[in-house]
Design a protein around this ligand. Sequence first.
Ligand code: ATP
Length: 420
Amino acid sequence: MLTITEEHITDSDSNGESSDVYRLVLGVVDRLANEEALEAYLVGGPVRDRLLGIPATDLDITVVGDAPRMAERLASQFGGRLTVHHRFGTATVDAAGVTIDLVTARRETYRSAGALPDVQPGDIEDDLARRDFTINAMAIPVAGHESDLVDLHGGKRDLAAGLVRVLHELSFRDDPTRMLRAVRYAARFEFDIEPETADLMASALASGAMSTLTGDRLRHELARILQEPDPAATLRRADEAGVLRAIHPSLSAAHLPATSAMPHGPLTWVAALAWPLSAAEAGSLTARLNAPSDWERVISDAVRVRRLSPQLSDPRTDAVRPSEVCGLLDGLAPDALRAAMMLAPTPAANRIDRYLGEWWTVAPRLRGDDVLALGVPAGPAVGEALRALRRARLDGVTRSRADEEEMARQWAEQPNNTAC
Ligand code: ATP
């Protein structure tokens, strides 16, 4: 068995040349392909990135033959984890942090707009012709060099010109997810969408192509935008192209910051997108995206935080006590609060920052048993006493265990004491 070490991976060159681990994998794929008299190619993203001088992340390989079988042999060589989709003729091998996607070369035809295509085995030309953009429709034989590039659609020319161009006129109608993909690549590489492609996109949008997509496909492609290095820039591109409002009429990027001070996860960006929405719009966005519970929660909590942010926005430092901030924010999704730190007025953002950084974890020094022993009656009063102790600690009213014991005694005598 061959072993991929961490050293192989961290050795990735910054000039986009294959790192040792990729050369190792490609060498083994080449040997296996030769043994079975098959062609195998590096395709799509890794070829594009290699030509751009960007280090590869994952390997996409097209096999003109049985890709799952090739993947099984590859996985047994490397001892990696194998996932096979026999129905689609695809497989993935994960070995030491490297993901190798293998697909059986295929021809795709679309019977109806927005639906998944019919698939038949094909050759490398068919496999490149089914792809989204010219810059993603190039291949290099696994043992080959740049001079062996298979570039039937002018991908290298478009890379040099900085253009995202579809392969044919019906591309966006066949698969409207490509409109999200187009803005994603345009933003990532600071490319333009080629003018005819932009026209095709505009007419696909005008004809309502986006509505042919299922919520799951739409959400999946939107999530990929939110995982880009600069999601705000990508969302702005999507907004300019009319893609955001085609996803849902209430979506816009106008409120997003030009730059984000820190990197955020995709769910924070989901919340940021939902920030200006009304509760009703948030509900219909959730339905459109068939949003799972974590998306649903950040969408509705983002709307909640925006609506209560005026209560956190008084610029005077002491105007809102920490316990009041906690009273407003406790229980809300942290991703929605992180979005609020980007989007709320500064005083509110600062208070949310303090909440996330420190206040939400503050607990009273005393426990339930302690307050019972100090005379608080069993039942709901215990929880109320502990919450009052937490508020007092947050606001600096109590500074020690002794202070809290004193307060609990008073609470036991006078549970409705407003000072508590
Ligand atoms: P990234 O750097 O974003 O991962 P990638 O090119 O590897 O880029 P994937 O989404 O992993 O992107 O897709 C792999 C390849 O499959 C693409 O390069 C493209 O050739 C093809 N592809 C993916 N999605 C589509 C699509 N919706 N329509 C046509 N081709 C697609």
